[in-house]
Design a protein around this ligand. Structure first.
Ligand code: 4F9
Length: 260
């Protein structure tokens, strides 16, 4: 019987940034409910000099600074103590532009880690500066993950993206379990359009089907809109899906209406 992810430690020079998930919304409620245990560890506490240095100039010259092995290594070891696990019972993820792209499959894998899996206990490393000493990566990092091909100021926002995606997958995190299934990408399709009051915005009215009260028609319309949007905006996602006969019929109808 698989048990979901339970404990995450984040190694970060800016722990205060993680108030964005601990202090609001679904993630705050999940943490308060104890669905997940989040521990923030600042590597500066493990520096060896009175200036609490965690970085140094790069060998070979070049711009910027590089994070040193020492404080990061001690921070990982401390994280294992705080998670009450041995090193081999934890999974260390370094958020970096050099990592594998974070997608639905990886989120699902981490969120549904089996009871015996070391991925039950995650240690996320959020780097800063030009990067971290390669020897830390070789000795302590199990996996590098990227949220996209752009450089950010640090790994904190990517770590929060991963945490938010993981927490939403935990049983009980979403009040209305159904909304998890309807979340884009849970079905493999993009989400349908949504509307709420007022009925008219300028000359724009709500699609009549949504005002009909005919729940079956509304369900079909929403599915057709998801299929059509995915066809228009992310055909790559569509290629990965085996559509049912009904879905193919709805999509064909959408395409012929689109092409007029
Ligand atoms: C993950 C990490 C990063 C990143 C970390 N530090 C600067 N950029 C960018 C994209 N995905």
């Amino acid at each position: 019987m698989s048990r979901n992810l339970r404990k995450v430690a984040v190694i970060t020079l800016f722990p205060e940034m993680f108030r964005a998930i601990s202090d609001s919304g679904i993630t705050r409620r999940a943490l308060e409910q104890g669905l997940l245990e989040l521990t923030l560890i600042n590597p500066r506490e493990f520096s060896s000099d009175k200036h609490q240095t965690v970085d140094d100039r790069p060998y070979g010259g070049g711009p910027g600074m590089v994070m040193r092995v020492g404080p990061l290594a001690l921070a990982v070891e401390h994280a294992c103590e705080r998670l009450n696990v041995r090193r081999e019972q934890a999974w260390v993820i370094y958020l970096s532009p050099q990592g594998q792209r974070l997608g639905k499959a990886k989120v699902d894998e981490l969120a549904n880690a089996d009871t015996e899996s070391c991925q039950q206990n995650l240690i996320l490393v959020a780097g800063r500066y030009e990067g971290i000493d390669e020897r830390f990566i070789q000795r302590y990092v199990d996996e590098e993950l990227s949220i996209g091909d752009y450089v950010l100021s640090g790994g904190e926002l990517p770590a929060m993206v991963l945490l938010d995606a993981l927490i939403r997958k935990l049983p009980g995190a979403l009040g209305d379990e159904l909304s998890a299934q309807q979340d884009s990408f849970e079905t493999g399709l993009l989400d349908c359009p949504h509307y709420t009051r007022p009925e008219k915005v300028g000359e724009d009215e709500v699609p009549a089907v949504l005002m009909s009260g005919d729940h079956k028609r509304i369900e079909l319309w929403r599915l057709q809109q998801s299929l059509g949007r995915t066809w228009l905006r992310r055909p790559d996602l569509l290629e990965a899906l085996a559509l049912t006969e009904l879905e193919q019929k709805l999509l064909d109808e959408f395409i012929s209406q689109h092409n007029g």
